[in-house]
Design a protein around this ligand. Structure first.
Ligand SMILES: [Fe+2]
Ligand SMILES: [Fe+2]
Length: 168
């Protein structure tokens, strides 16, 4: 069964949301890199790559369901940020917005009784819980390190260890 026009539009929007998250994380990575936080930069590169893979997961799904992929325009992200903690807070706000988008998609799919899309979206519902938790934890750690450059550099080194988690 082909996807409905309404869900096709919504899934294309979601591709844009994921690519724009990827774009914005890439910009955060550049900001960290030019401020000598190599670990936080690595973290954001990984995050950016994961968002790209999310976009591709939607792209593939839309193709598989006989939909037309129409890549939307991506807005330019910020390139200047403040404190390290503020960058991660911006990241958390972005994740909250993405979660809301996923929930709206889920509701649409449920309303249409498109159970294949409901099932496909479950992975993203769980993934958002994980992503919000990871960023929140980092913000908590950054708050503890506030005013202590040594701890901040230790966290930078810790962030360096993050690896790309390939979606299932
Ligand atoms: Fe994502
Ligand atoms: Fe995300």
């Amino acid at each position: 069964m082909n996807i409905s026009t309404e869900l096709e539009v919504a899934l294309n929007e979601q591709i844009g949301v994921e690519f724009s998250a990827s774009h914005s994380y890439l910009s955060m990575a550049a900001y960290f890199e030019r401020n000598a936080f190599d670990g936080f930069a690595q973290w954001m590169y990984v995050q950016s790559e994961e968002e790209r893979l999310h976009a591709m997961k939607f792209y593939q799904y839309l193709n598989d369901r006989g939909g037309v992929v129409r890549l939307p325009r991506i807005d330019a992200p910020h390139w200047e940020y403040g404190l390290v903690r503020e960058v991660f807070e911006a990241s958390l706000a972005q994740e909250h917005a993405v979660t809301e988008h996923i929930y709206n998609l889920y509701k649409k799919a449920q309303d249409e009784s498109d159970f294949a899309t409901v099932s496909f979206l479950k992975w993203f519902v769980d993934e958002q819980v994980e992503e919000e938790k990871t960023v929140s934890d980092m913000i908590d750690k950054l708050k503890m390190a506030e005013g202590n450059p040594e701890s901040l550099l230790l966290l930078d080194r810790y962030a360096m260890e993050r690896k790309v988690a390939k979606p299932a």
